[in-house]
Write a new protein. Structure first.
Ligand code: K1U
Ligand code: ZN
Length: 168
């Protein structure tokens, strides 16, 4: 397994729209393993393939305390959304920034797992937030795009300054 580089906002590659996965094969499972290692090491509770510069419809989530309940979503589709919730979100592509985002409270999602089996899941609370956040990444959308233009500009400048000062 390997730890992959995570793209940092405002990298333009984060705005790439992901393509559907055609085949669930050994190379995809290798990418899933590498993404899981990357997410656990960060540490994070979710990761979209977009964030590691793979522009395919794949995301992983583990919101468990024990970090042993990895959920894999390949070609996810939201079938239903309901209600509203506000959550203070973070993003591994925007390190150190947390802000409130309003999203649906419930989502029903259909996807394939790492075995290529289709499943349907009803999610609430943090799992629902995380699914919506990661599915946004697959559409090329970063959570800061829900914030005001002023906040977004400040975050962009802070990130660019950090990136300039980072040792090579
Ligand atoms: O998409 C990502 O960059 C991952 C992101 C997922 C997420 C968090 C919170 C709300 C919505 C989506 C993160 O994992 S940020 C880090 C984080 O929230 C966390 C890290 C360690 C322990 C608990 C949470
Ligand atoms: Zn994110």
């Amino acid at each position: 397994m390997a730890i992959l580089d995570i793209l940092n906002y405002p990298d333009p590659r984060l705005h790439t729209v992901a393509k559907p996965v055609k085949e669930v094969d050994a190379s995809l499972r290798r990418l899933i393993d590498d993404m899981a290692e990357t997410m656990y090491a960060a540490p994070g509770i979710g990761l979209a393939a977009t964030q590691v510069n793979h522009h395919i419809q794949l995301l992983i989530i583990d919101i468990s305390e024990t970090k042993d309940q990895l959920q894999v979503f390949i070609n996810p589709r939201i079938l239903e959304k309901d209600g509203e919730q506000v959550y203070e979100e973070g993003c591994l592509s925007v390190p150190g920034i947390y802000d409130s985002v309003t999203r649906a409270e419930k989502v029903v999602v259909e996807a394939m797992n790492e075995k290529g089996e289709t499943f349907k899941l009803e999610a609430h609370g943090l799992l629902s937030v995380c699914i919506q956040h990661e599915m946004d990444h697959l559409l090329g959308k970063v959570f800061v795009e829900y914030l005001s233009p002023l906040k977004r500009t400040r975050i962009k400048n802070k990130m660019l300054k950090q990136q300039r000062n980072r040792p090579m």
